[in-house]
Design a binder for this molecule. Structure first.
Ligand code: IDP
Ligand code: MG
Length: 164
């Protein structure tokens, strides 16, 4: 009993001070991914989901939806007024898409890296947008761009209960 108590205190101490193995661990994060309508239209959502799993992301929650104009423009509110906004919303409402709350260490940065740059022509070889994307608008998938936006965007589509 004594030893177990001592061990627990040591573990807690490491967590507080950042000493020991825990120091090197990145915090687990949640990020929102979307498999965009072009991929469902061409029946490649299975391949894209497999890539997500192969990259080590845990799927916390997932659902297929057909967004309304209101839902799409609400989700992309930060882009309202930009020249591509109308086209973006038209594309995102053109057919069903899949939203996924993903979790892993350093999830936001890792998922953006796997996704590649917004424009598939500029995305690095092997990234999702380079492999699956067509144009700067029709670019296969979405990823949150910060930890804060990851939380906000996951909660746009999922309840607290679904996100554990
Ligand atoms: P991101 O998806 O890489 O974060 P954002 O700048 O947040 O890129 O833009 C949101 C989405 O709007 C992009 O994924 C893409 O579908 C579309 N988009 C962004 N920039 C352009 C553009 O310059 N022309 C056309 N569509 C764009
Ligand atoms: Mg963005």
């Amino acid at each position: 009993m004594q030893r177990i108590g001592g061990l627990r205190r040591l573990c807690n101490k490491n967590r507080e001070t950042g000493h020991g193995r825990s120091e090197k661990r990145m915090a687990r994060q949640q990020t929102l991914a979307m498999i965009k309508p072009d991929i469902l239209q061409s029946k490649r959502q299975g391949a894209l989901l497999q890539r997500i799993l192969d990259e080590g992301f845990e799927v916390l929650a997932m659902k297929q939806l057909h967004l309304s104009q209101e839902q799409a423009s609400g989700f992309y509110a930060e882009h309202q007024g930009k020249p591509f906004f109308e086209n973006l919303c038209r594309f995102m409402t053109s057919g069903p898409l899949i939203v996924l709350a993903l979790e892993r260490e350093d999830a936001v940065r890792q998922w953006r890296e796997v996704l590649g740059k917004t424009d598939p022509q500029e995305a690095a070889p092997g990234t999702i947008r380079q492999l699956f994307g067509s144009t700067v608008t029709i670019n296969a998938a979405h990823g949150s761009d910060s930890v804060e936006n990851g939380q906000r965007e996951c909660h746009y589509f999922f309840s607290d209960l679904e996100l554990r």
